[in-house]
Design a protein around this ligand. Sequence first.
Ligand code: NDP
Length: 287
Amino acid sequence: NSVQVSVLGLGAMGSALAGALVKAGYATTVWNRSPGKADDLVAQGAEVAATAGDAVRAGRLVIACLLDHASVHEVLDPLADELAGRTLVNVTTTSPAQSRELADWAARAGVAYLDGGIMAVPHMIGQPGASVLYSGSADVFDQHKPLLDLWGTSTYFGEDAGLASLYDLALLAGMYVMFAGFMHGAAMVAPAGVTAGEFAAKAAPWLTAMTGAFEGFAAVIDGGDYTVEGQQSLHFSHLGDLLAASSDQGIGTEVVAMVQRLIQRQIDAGHGEEGFARIFESIKQPG
Ligand code: NDP
């Protein structure tokens, strides 16, 4: 625990990250734009810096957990000279393009850079189930992995600093569409007097079991042959019954209709006998 570490940003997440470092015995300096947010951490043993510059000078490893990309630049741009020769791990949520831009900025400033995407809420930090995705400098990841592992499972994706953010957003895309699917099912049974809670009790184990299909879809997609035996065909998955039943219940059909459109484009292109995984092609090449 000989690394001197500084944490910039003591919002809900930055405080949780700093707290885990202090608890593990790292010499931790913290800074926040508005005063008063460091009190708990100081009571646990952290040092508080009056300015972001003081915090950067106190740490060889600087963690940024600010609101967004613009706030990271606002805080770090004036400190490029102080940061030179140090290591920056930025776990502020940014887009892939913003992550790459910051990596370029860091390279020009002589700062070793690792980008992180946090897949957890603050109370999960340091608990099982928390995961943080990283990309950028492999050296930084390897050197500081014991520290990063204090927050959750650390996964490294590659030197392209945008990869962690890309993965983060791809996983969120999957999550939101799945959530919308759950809401659609709940809305379908609601007119029959089924509560959302009753539906959730059935949907959770069902959808959990269905995630087992990802691997088979992935094997077909990666193999590039959608005619592999044993798949459910696009004709069979046409979803007409789902749409009709939804309409009969008097509810909106957007969620299911969206999936049906992806299927229909492949049927129209003559692939109706091929497997459901083929809708990957509808998404890959927007119509
Ligand atoms: P909060 O809103 O709790 O905190 C935001 C922090 O950013 C505060 O420390 C705030 O300082 C600081 N800040 C905002 N603008 C500026 C600025 N212009 N200059 C200096 N400091 C600034 O957010 P969280 O802590 O929850 O989130 C921090 C990052 O972590 C975000 O990028 C978020 O997307 C990401 N994250 C959060 C998760 C969560 O569940 N909370 C989950 C995954 C990622 P001040 O106190 O002065 O306002």
